[in-house]
Design a protein around this ligand. Structure first.
Ligand SMILES: [Zn+2]
Length: 207
């Protein structure tokens, strides 16, 4: 079955209701946070490696609507032929909004993404310009073959990270019960896309 690792995606203050985040995902309350942390602790006790991704943008990041004259939050623009949703400013490097809300000592590594002002990066593996993060190399170093992915948001960064993991040859499970999506429609669509790609969707972590 191969060596397994968990990847927690973007569980950051700006994406949560608990912290009144600028881009809060529905359902990210105290109960959700506690559930995720409990599951991570359980996995850590079993000796599983846990990694996290962290959205980590400079203030002049291209995904912020405030950096585009006359645009509003959630407008869609074309950038080099790619569709880009313009988001409210979020997860700015070194701010409270960028903090990961569970015990950071649970993670073997935290991989930052979206650092280049010119490119967005939903995926924890690479940005929209194709530049890779350290995530794949770290997983390979630890001889990981199977990844279990969950976090925020299921229909954006969890999806992109899971699809890239699958493309890179990892066996991939996404834990729906430990993830939250921005909207019901895009969440349903994301689940279908991931299933079609051969990603397993589970309600909880199965040890
Ligand atoms: Zn972002």
């Amino acid at each position: 079955m191969g060596k397994e690792a968990l990847i927690l995606v973007d569980l950051q203050a700006d994406f949560t209701q608990v912290k009144n985040g600028s881009l809060a995902v529905p359902g990210t309350d105290e109960v959700y946070l506690r559930l995720v942390e409990e599951e991570l602790r359980r996995a850590a006790m079993r000796g599983l490696l846990i990694f996290a991704t962290q959205d980590w943008h400079p203030p002049n990041h291209i995904s912020f609507y405030t950096n585009h004259p006359d645009k509003r939050a959630f407008d869609i623009v074309q950038l080099e032929g790619r569709e880009q949703i313009l988001w409210p400013p979020h997860c700015i490097q070194g701010t409270e909004g960028a903090r990961i809300l569970v015990d950071n000592n649970l993670f073997m590594a935290i991989v930052k993404k979206g650092r280049d002002p010119k490119y967005d990066s939903y995926s924890g593996f690479r940005d929209d310009g194709g530049k890779q993060t350290e995530l794949e190399a770290i997983l390979r170093y630890h001889q990981i073959q199977r990844v279990v992915i969950f976090g925020l948001a299921l229909d954006f960064c969890v999806k992109a990270t899971a699809l890239d993991a699958k493309d890179l040859g990892f066996a991939v499970t996404v834990v729906k019960g430990l993830s939250k999506g921005v909207s019901p429609e895009t969440t349903l669509e994301a689940l279908k896309t991931m299933e079609r790609a051969g990603i397993q969707i589970r309600e909880g972590i199965e040890f």
